[in-house]
Ligand binder design. Sequence first.
Ligand code: NAD
Ligand code: UD1
Length: 338
Amino acid sequence: MTQPILVTGGAGYIGSHTCVALIESGHTPLVLDNLCNSSSESLERVRRISGVRPGFVEGDVRDAALLDRVLAEQRPQAVIHFAGLKAVGESVQQPLEYYDNNVGGTVTLLQAMQRAGLRNLIFSSSATVYGDPASVPIREDFPRSATNPYGRSKLMIEDVLGDLYRADPAWRIARLRYFNPVGAHPSGLIGEDPRGVPNNLLPYITQVAVGRLSRLRIFGGDWPTPDGTGVRDFIHVMDLAEGHVAALRHLLAHEGMFTVNLGTGQGCSVLQMVQAFERCCGRGLPYEIVQRRAGDIAECWADPAQAQRLLNWKAVRDLDTICADAWRWQQANPAGYA
Ligand code: NAD
Ligand code: UD1
């Protein structure tokens, strides 16, 4: 029997797309998720896409006894650890929840892996660890900082993993720093399903386009960027998913720890994204330019050279594909998985 890949948080947005990419590359995902920000319907959709329904354990990464049982019974080859909370504003209101879930959850998982003799881990970090970068594109050796508890939880976990690797170099660890994941699987069956009003740009745009929200508010038209709106590195979630398969391949074949950006290397402004989306859905999007959002930065995009060199991976899907796939998902599922 092939050993599964344990995917914590695998019912969520990036996790469900990664399950598809894992299955397509011959792996067997086993999802552990407490469904605090997702629905197991996503895994049924993964089955419709790939023909395989991932194994599913409903539970929490902070539950050490459950982890011991799953690791002993299923003997996974590696863990891809997506499980965590990710809303920046909420992390400012409820910092302890974020440290408990993200940092505490990761430490509990690492301890269980250590007890089970399993030392292969891929961790979801974020470009948020670069804070407000001094320049773009951003390389992995740029200084790190945090401006909110969510970002600090990612910094702390990166450091925990670094310490663990130094103490025991038998660990194989990938720290993947995602830029802005967007879009959906081209089938329109899985996609991003945020609870309540979306915080992030693209789900907000698609909900305006489908009539669920009345107008987009663009946070700031006076940034020091070519058109005055913020610039980000929007990466198609299937490119990101395939980045995990590439990272897994590398991890299983090589000793050591590595840290890579997963981004496209292209900056795209908020206005450029709005225009691309208008082209895709064939209608104008109502928007207004309002004040800057607290904590935002002007520009953020990746230098993706390290991922290409180390993993032989690069993002291949363009902005039009991102918009078309996000739009297909939103139209087919106007209320998400509900
Ligand atoms: P998501 O909320 O869709 O997925 C996270 C999943 O983890 C959810 O299914 C949730 O139910 C589960 N979960 C949360 N806490 C858990 C716990 N204690 N035990 C078990 N399951 C738990 O988010 P996503 O966008 O798929 O993000 C996945 C990971 O990538 C997160 O760690 C996030 O911080 C990181 N990340 C996301 C982005 C982004 O913009 N989406 C950017 C950078 C990094
Ligand atoms: C957000 C998170 C960050 C995370 C990143 C990747 C915040 C403050 N930061 O970053 O921690 O790592 O996602 O997923 O949430 N915008 C609007 N109107 C909107 C929404 C967004 O103009 O309604 C603008 C923002 O000002 C920004 C750009 O769109 O310029 C992208 O915003 P968003 O999608 O929230 O991502 P980030 O802020 O880059």
